[in-house]
Design a protein around this ligand. Structure first.
Ligand SMILES: *Cc1c(COP(=O)(O)O)cnc(C)c1O
Length: 408
């Protein structure tokens, strides 16, 4: 049984939306992007949502807007996808990595230790779709505001460290009964092909800044900034007589095209009613299967009003080394079930190793990584396939554990 890891969800609704964009004669940023933005606003409750061409460019946009410059520090977890760190590097800042907790998410205690007078922002990451402890993180930046040294008018207005949630995985998740998207100053969802809701490539920046910021005005400014700093987008300029424009910022070119927004529009309604509930159902089927295995460490699904968006099913295998985990994956792959590892902690990757990060400084991140296996989780999976995945994983783990026992 051949089971892919994460195929995109493309049904007739999606195809019709894309066709509609193609037939309309307007394929780049225009009405479909606007509509997707307002769908995400009403889904999450975020004040304003700006869609751009990736999570990464959305993060760079926000860090640039906040005035991050050489020497400014941005605290991120060591356990994440590389884009979290790269967005900081591209905006001119310095990524400061801290270790995580046993739920894979950044540790608030470690954030507190890492805050200095150079800290300008924190980017917690909701790994696998499980929200970070935002109450503690939001409290921390208020508690530490005496350390904050504003260098720009915007930084002065905020008067504290900016919290940007890397919610690449967590659209649809809840933290203490509140939606991902409204938990911090800024939340960024990824709409990349493998994510829960996709536009092939894309990102959605949710704005929830406190007073005296006006999120509506900020939306307009960022929209302009995402389109070369041009005062009129191509859609507006396309209207008769509306040819003149100005350039008011050294903007980026990171707008989302309508033809891609159409893919997301075709998904977002069924995401709430079908896709997300199906992911959550599969997650729980896995949990009830693996909870009977004494070697399994189960990922978080829900507690205290928090619920995962079930982007990744991160199974961990007790007392296994990195090599044993790799062997298990080899056996699973022989049965043509595609699994993955989320993530290799950043200090294991060449770029970060060469810039001086050492994995030994992040023992929890390594422990989480060394025995982790991500199982396929998406709405197209059939009951028989889920059963096959459970059995294949289980047999592969037990084969490796038997071999280990025989060799001690
Ligand atoms: C996918 C991902 C990103 C990057 O998203 P893009 O839309 O591809 O830029 C950032 N952070 C995490 C945790 C991710 O998984």
């Amino acid at each position: 049984m051949k089971i892919p890891f994460s195929p995109p969800y493309i049904n007739d609704e999606v195809k019709l939306e894309v066709l509609d964009s193609l037939n309309s004669g307007w394929i780049t940023t225009g009405p479909k992007v606007k509509k997707l933005e307002s769908e995400i606003e009403s889904y999450t409750g975020a004040s304003n949502v700006l869609c751009v061409n990736s999570w990464t460019s959305g993060a760079i946009l926000i860090l640039k807007w906040f005035g991050i410059e050489e020497g400014d520090e941005v605290i991120i977890p060591a356990y994440t996808y590389s884009a979290t760190a790269l967005s900081v590097i591209h905006s001119g800042g310095v990524p400061v990595m801290v270790d995580v907790n046993a739920d894979f998410n950044i540790s608030a205690t470690n954030i507190e230790k890492a805050i200095t007078e150079r800290t300008k922002a924190i980017m917690p990451v909701d790994i696998a779709g499980w929200p970070c402890d935002y109450d503690r993180i939001n409290e921390l930046v208020r508690k530490k505001s005496h350390l904050f040294l504003p260098k720009t008018e915007i930084q002065e207005q905020l008067g504290r460290i900016l919290v940007i949630s890397d919610a690449a995985h967590s659209i649809g998740a809840l933290y203490k009964n509140k939606n991902a998207g409204v938990l911090t100053d800024i939340t960024i969802f990824s709409l990349h092909a493998v994510k829960n809701v996709t536009t092939a490539e894309g990102g959605a920046v949710c704005l929830n800044l406190p007073e005296p910021f006006d999120n509506g005005t900020l939306y307009s400014n960022l929209r302009c900034y995402s389109l070369n700093g041009q005062t009129k987008d191509a859609f507006t300029k396309n209207k008769a007589g509306a040819w003149r424009y100005d350039i008011i910022y050294p903007g980026l070119k990171i707008n989302m095209p309508d033809v891609l927004a159409a893919i997301g529009l075709g998904q977002i309604t069924s995401y709430r009613t079908e896709i997300l509930p199906k992911r959550q159902e599969i997650f729980q089927v896995y949990n009830s299967f693996f909870k009977n295995k004494e070697w399994a460490i189960l990922p978080n699904f829900s507690s205290d009003g928090s619920v995962s968006s079930c982007h990744i099913y991160a199974l961990r295998i007790k007392d296994t080394t990195e090599q044993e985990r790799d062997k298990i994956i080899e056996l699973i792959s022989k049965k043509e079930v595609a699994v993955n590892v989320h993530f290799q902690p950043l200090p294991l990757l060449s770029l970060f190793k060469e810039s001086g990060f050492k994995i030994s400084d992040f023992p929890v991140a390594f422990d989480q990584y060394k025995n982790e296996i991500s199982l396929p989780i998406y709405p197209q999976l059939k009951d028989g396939e889920i059963k096959f995945i459970c059995d294949t994983v289980s047999e592969s783990v037990e084969t490796v554990l038997r071999f280990k026992k025989a060799n001690v």
